[in-house]
Design a protein around this ligand. Structure first.
Ligand code: PXG
Ligand code: PLP
Length: 442
């Protein structure tokens, strides 16, 4: 048996193998958060930190909201767990109805998962099984996009397009290809909102269709606005064109709305903001305000119906022990109540211009080569330090954190996604802090 201390004073000996983290670097100089409320965290040494990244793009209503806390406390005491395989509990059905009520027209079916990664894999499997159920079992290819992020499970990793997330893990899933990304610094740098150039990047799907024969392709999965890769906003007309090409060839279009869902872009979902409808879409994060892990796949009615046309029996051999977990459903319903009470699913509309103005005022700051935004998602791209990619943004992140603001960094990009309850003065504080920090980053 391992004999371990309760909580080692020196985290370098800690049992916790941290995710997506430079363990040795972090444990030598840890940053610990111990409390949260509204727009703020508090560190272990008592400092207040303004949350400029909504936890990890998930705490859309702000932290420790009373309704959500109370709902989870009540549920855990009433019924901690109940299965949803061949059994049910009312709260899961109730939450699914509530979700369907805010979804776009004709998306009235919801499959529960526990994370964005599971949602991505679930959506890909539904797409494959849908074609097979309709007698098109030859559609086995899945198409992602360069710089896409669809979580860390095998399917999502395979269609994902961030090289570092793939390279250590072998060939992954067979039959996957990628279309090109939409980032075009030369033509579109410092675009406000959707860039003007690049609708034609969608035509890359035609190239992939020609290469593989479109009748072998089951689905294309993209984030409406790419988040993890550093906020890549779709060029004007791009998503429309992608939709047209998919429809022309009978390919399902999957939107991964794990970040863009639940008000981040000023509508409940990005499809509503952009006026482009997918066939399936995934959510997680803001679904429970980050309180209890949960995700889901929304299916168009015609997709669900195709499964229900099969002879009686289990229609989809897929599901998680914790699909529709009671605590997550309780958190989710209270989250939707909080969003509704405070108008949070559309509040971004009233903040977006101010957020954009403050963000783009960083143009001209040292090292800044691009600024981009959509809704309450924003990013500043820095010129990499020669021979040390990522170092500059990491140092900026540290200085900004020391100055009391938490933001996200990835590669040489700083990314911002404050909770949707953010006040204008707090938006100013975030970007003023970044401006000051950039003055001192070498
Ligand atoms: N799809 C998308 C579009 C995501 O943004 C996932 C799937 C996976 O979700 P889970 O819940 O399995 O992590 C995500 C998650 C970042 C960052 O720094 C982004 C995510 C997660 C962690 C960090 O940009 N996105
Ligand atoms: N591995 C084993 C051995 C299991 O029994 C199960 C579920 O019963 C799983 C993995 C999958 O776990 P989950 O349903 O939580 O995804």
């Amino acid at each position: 048996m391992n004999k371990r201390a309760d909580f080692p004073a020196d985290l370098r000996r800690s049992a916790f193998w941290m995710p997506y983290t430079a363990n040795r670097q972090f444990k030598a100089a840890p940053r610990l958060l111990v409390r949260a409320e509204g727009m703020h965290y508090w560190t272990a040494d008592g400092r207040q930190v303004l949350d400029g990244q909504a936890g990890l793009w998930c705490v859309n209503a702000g932290h420790c909201r009373p309704k959500i806390v109370a709902a989870v406390q009540k549920q855990v005491a009433e019924m901690d767990f109940a299965p949803t395989f061949n059994m049910g509990h009312p709260i899961a059905f109730e939450f699914a109805e509530r979700l369907a009520a805010i979804a776009p027209e004709r998306f009235s079916r919801v499959f529960f998962t526990n994370s964005g990664s599971e949602s991505a894999d679930t959506a890909l499997k539904i797409a494959l099984a849908y074609h097979r159920a309709r007698g098109e079992g030859q559609r086995i290819r899945l198409i992602g996009r360069e710089r896409g992020y669809h979580g860390v499970n095998f399917g999502g990793m395979a269609v994902g397009g961030i090289p570092a997330n793939r390279k250590a893990f072998g060939p992954g899933v067979a039959g996957v290809d990628h279309i090109r990304h939409t980032h075009d610094l030369q033509r579109n740098s410092f675009s406000k909102g959707q860039p003007q150039h690049g609708a034609e990047f969608a035509d890359d799907l035609e190239r992939v269709c020609t290469l593989h024969d479109p009748s072998t392709i089951a689905a294309v999965i993209v984030e409406p606005v790419a988040g993890s890769a550093g906020v890549l906003v779709p060029p004007q007309g791009y998503l429309q064109r992608l939709r047209e090409i998919c429809s022309k060839h009978g390919i399902l279009l999957i939107f991964d709305e794990v970040i863009t869902g639940f008000g981040r872009l000023g509508q409940p979902f990005a499809s509503q903001r952009f006026g482009v409808m997918p066939d399936l879409f995934t959510v997680a994060k803001g679904m429970t305000n980050g309180t209890v892990p949960m995700g889901a796949v929304f299916a168009k009615d015609s997709i669900y119906d195709a499964f229900m046309d099969a002879p009686e029996g289990i229609e989809l051999f897929h599901g998680y022990t914790y699909s529709g977990h009671p605590l997550a459903c309780a958190a989710g319903i209270a989250t939707l109540d909080t969003y509704a009470d405070e108008g949070l699913l559309t509040r971004t509309q009233s903040l977006e211009k101010h957020f954009e103005d403050c963000l783009h005022a960083l143009k001209g700051s040292r090292h800044v080569v691009d600024i981009r935004n959509c809704g309450l998602m924003g990013a500043v791209e820095l010129e990499p330090r020669p021979g040390a990619p990522g170092k500059r943004a990491y140092e900026a992140f540290l200085k900004i954190f020391e100055a009391g603001v938490l933001i996200r960094w990835t590669g040489d990009i700083l990314a911002f996604s404050p909770p949707l309850i953010v006040e204008k003065a707090q938006i100013e504080r975030i970007f003023d802090t970044i401006r000051e920090a950039l003055k001192t980053v070498q």
